[in-house]
Design a protein around this ligand. Sequence first.
Ligand code: GSH
Length: 485
Amino acid sequence: MPPALIIIDLQNDFVAPDGLLKKSHIPIEPILNNLRPICQLFHDQVWPIIAVRSEYDPARQHDRDALSILKASAFASTHLSQLSGTHTGKRPFCVPDSKGAEFHPAFEALLSTVSHHVITKSQYSAFTNTGLEQILGPPQSTSPSESDAIPSTILGTPLYFAGVSANNCVLASLISAFRAGYQCFTLSDCLGATSPNLLAASIAVIDKYYGTVLPSPFATISTISAAAHTHRRILYYVNGSIPSWRVMIALHLKGITYTRKRLHVMTTPKETRTADFLAINPRGKTPTLIEPDGNILIESMAILEYLNADDESRHCRKLNSPTTRKAWILENQRFHETENIHNVFEDIELLYKEFRDEPHTRKRIYDAYVATIAELKIWERYLEHSTFIAGEEFGIADCAFFPCLAYLVHRGFDLEQEGEGFWRLKAYYDRVDALPCANDARPKGYDKVGKSLFREVHKIAEELQEGETPDELPGGFFEAKMRRV
Ligand SMILES: N[C@@H](CCC(=O)N[C@@H](CS)C(=O)NCC(=O)O)C(=O)O
């Protein structure tokens, strides 16, 4: 389906000095100055332009409670206030047949120069009970071929949003479009709100969760056409998180293109815990992958299995060959085994907590360290027989494993010095780290060694080992220390 331009609510009540907002009306001229060339571009390309207007009839107050019709059932029902909002409050905006409900004359003048559709809505969202989707056509333009486990032929129709107010009707309409599966763009200099803060906050939310924000000069025939030939696949990720990192390696390995959306977890509230994100993934976790067909995938291991589905089915078809069978069993098993290494060092991160000096915590950190050494010994042995962890080819098990190892290294775990020396793991680390997929997925800031946790871990280990004999120690710390001495 062709791209479309959706211009929202440039009506007197919002943008005229004699409208309901009076002195705090949103100035329309800057918006129109930027919108004129875009309208002309869409008109020339015969791409649809939709002028959306609101009519909020106080007599139809029940509309306020009407449930938005949201087709994309993949989304959680978490309440997003914009989606059920209307302006039929104490100060009714855009009452039917009022001057306030008319388009601003300057916008009318612009509309008279281009072909366009007008639709009327009665809630914030231009998608609620308006038939807009019939005008736009389906959000995705082809269906996946049956032989394609990973949809690569689905294109998401791009929609470009402009108008007012950014924090209510534009945002609500864009969220509805996103949930229905359209690719969403917003023209940052063609938006308005009643305050710069509201405008900036809305743009930030759109950019963070729902789409691409761009100034109108960047919306050219070539960028818009390129968007129309792209599919909508989004990965929400946390920088440096092992689960996200795994998925990013696999996406690159499989040559799958996608848009990255980074979420921060050191902020208050965490960007993973906002209503917007919880409506996408009720667990509030990354990685979360939105597929071009609208499916939402969570849990890194499940996503990796999904991304490997094509290879998997190819393997399965040949499972009667003993060699393929053996390779498939090994890869599958090693893939699941990586959760052992992923879980085992979790308690070392207690060093980040305020209560890190409590004896009980220090014991947990020590135990995690000992268990990590023991676990790595297993992986060191596996590498005696192969270049990668499940064979001679870098595969899905490596995608799951490598970030666990690389995280330890980044936190100061010296593969050559720890335990009895993890020489094979060190060579493996260097080999994988040089691969394009590892390079592409390397977390920001991980090109240099980070704050070493292991210096502190060693101190704890020394302290807790005092008085114990080496034979009683399950881990390799003492052995390594003796070797170094
Ligand atoms: N089992 C999940 C774990 C995902 C997970 O814990 N993600 C963390 C980042 S490492 C997250 O998104 N945390 C955000 C939060 O808890 O709000 C997986 O493998 O995908």
